[in-house]
Design a protein around this ligand. Structure first.
Ligand code: MTE
Length: 331
């Protein structure tokens, strides 16, 4: 555990394992160059780009220390999505439906103090202050692809720990079969809560074995820094093998239940958004194909699209959770 929360509410680094977001891509590019023997020539230009990137870092975000994960599937050598794209092209309907709206509007979200309530079918219901939730387990860095149902994807270095660590602490009862994730819905600080797009609060759900899967991440940060508001501060879920909308932002309550939760997008359009929502190139959305995707920040408007992978490329890790299920019916 390498983090310490100060009175100002931010998380300050101790130890030396912090990787500023601007350094990520540089280091990865460097590794590739070193392998190809071109490192020396590239060093000078890399250093100046690095200085530029440092200067552009948003000052209000504090660094979040995390060790690299060695969980299966948690690392990819794919190019990271630039920080700027990951923080300005967002879905967070509480702050508007345009991709640029969350970055523009989410400054009103009040993230301190923050409490996450755990209730329902558990032996130890609890109300966790964010600081206590942060201390519950060591932070890890996981580089996950996030595939949005709309047909685009990103590659983001998330910081957090497996949700299973929290679930083990609260001891679900034997009849708990599902987990419901309820997110903040405060009309005073979230200007679009109350709009008719969705039935608020934004609710998502997982089956218990999905919630317990080590890849399911309770995330507090990205690119080595605490989550920007538009990305779901101060705590969100990241479920990398499912469409992005399963990854609820700004969580306030986690409820254990014996029934499949009624999720926000399923309530809005049941024929378009099923409970499972596993990334599946073979099951089209009723209004578009899911066979390909556009990688944000990397591909130009006319660039060739990428093929979407089954379970977003995490089939080896999660495929067995769905053995024997008809994934066309359970989309
Ligand atoms: N969580 C809440 N509370 N509200 C939302 O509108 N949008 C979802 C998900 N979590 C959403 C949410 C969708 S559709 C996607 S694709 C991801 O957040 C986007 O996460 P990102 O903006 O960090 O890439």
């Amino acid at each position: 555990m390498l983090i310490k929360t100060h009175r100002d509410g931010f998380i300050h680094p101790i130890g030396s394992e912090i990787t500023p977001q601007s350094a990520y891509q540089g280091r990865r590019d460097m590794l590739k160059l070193m392998a190809s023997g071109l490192a020396g020539a590239a060093l000078a230009s890399w250093a100046s780009r690095e200085a530029l990137a440092q200067a552009q870092r948003p000052g209000k975000l504090a660094a979040l220390a995390a060790a690299k994960s060695n969980a299966a599937g948690a690392v990819t050598m794919e190019k990271l999505t630039p920080y700027k794209d990951a923080t300005t092209y967002n879905n967070f309907y509480e702050f508007g439906t345009d991709k640029a709206d969350p970055a523009r509007n989410a400054h009103t979200l009040k993230t301190t103090p923050w409490t996450v309530e755990i209730d329902g079918l558990v032996k130890k219901p609890a109300k966790y202050q964010l600081e206590d939730l942060l201390k519950l387990s060591a932070q890890e860095e996981r580089i996950y692809r996030l595939r949005c149902v709309e047909g685009w994807s990103m590659v983001i270095p998330w910081v957090g720990y497996s949700l299973s660590k929290l679930i083990e602490k609260v001891e679900p009862l034997g009849n708990a079969k599902f987990v419901e994730f309820i997110t903040q819905a405060d009309p005073k600080t979230m200007p679009f809560v109350g709009s008719r797009v969705l039935d608020w609060p934004y609710v998502e759900g997982l089956r218990m074995d999905e919630a317990m899967h080590p890849l399911t991440l309770l995330s507090f940060g990205m690119y080595g820094e605490v989550l920007p508001n538009q990305n779901g501060a101060p705590v969100r879920l990241v479920v990398p093998w499912k469409y992005g909308f399963k990854s609820g932002k700004s969580l306030v309550r986690i409820r254990f239940t014996d029934r499949e939760p009624k999720t926000a997008w399923n309530k809005a359009a049941a024929n378009e958004y099923g409970f499972y929502s596993n990334v599946n190139p073979d099951v089209d959305h009723p209004r578009w194909s899911q066979a390909t995707e556009r990688r944000i920040g990397e591909d130009g408007l006319f660039a060739k699209k990428r093929k979407t992978l089954m379970f977003n490329g995490y089939e080896a890790q999660v495929g067995q959770l769905y053995a024997g299920m008809d994934l066309k019916k359970n989309f």
